[in-house]
Design a protein around this ligand. Sequence first.
Ligand code: RP5
Length: 168
Amino acid sequence: MSASETKPVVGVLMGSSSDWSTVAHCVDVLQELGVAHEAHVMSAHRTPDDVAEYASTAAARGLQVLICAAGGAAHLAGVVSSKSLLPVLGIPMKGWSTDGLDALLSTVQMPGGVPVASLAIGKAGAVNAALFAVAILSLRDTALAERYAAWRRAQAELVRAQTLPPRS
Ligand code: RP5
């Protein structure tokens, strides 16, 4: 078993438990690929001190990639990146008025010098955040790299197996 399977190496944060139904897709992929992870609700606005403490101690606790999901004025990924040198991946959540565009822009438009890699809004971003983390970890974990390659091959097979219904 590789180190990534025994101790959390990916930290998944979300701004609210209302994000969980989307973020669960990210956690499912991490689970499927055998990446040890932890998930917490933590808000850049509502619990800023907790976010700062978590991010500033994450690397020392063995985490290697941080994934942050937030909606609305989505500052979670940016604040985490401001307090950690780890790779930070942002997942914009669909919110209550602009279908996630507000969160996308808040996540992606970071000032130079404080990087956040923003994924797509919603489920696709959640899945891809997990896969992006896997790709990063795979650089130093050959067993994980093999599982990731197999996952991508299986995905391709599912696409090849797709058929279209006859048109009437
Ligand atoms: C953000 O505000 C959260 O990430 C969530 O997407 C959004 C709404 O939070 P709730 O009001 O549902 O707790 O901080």
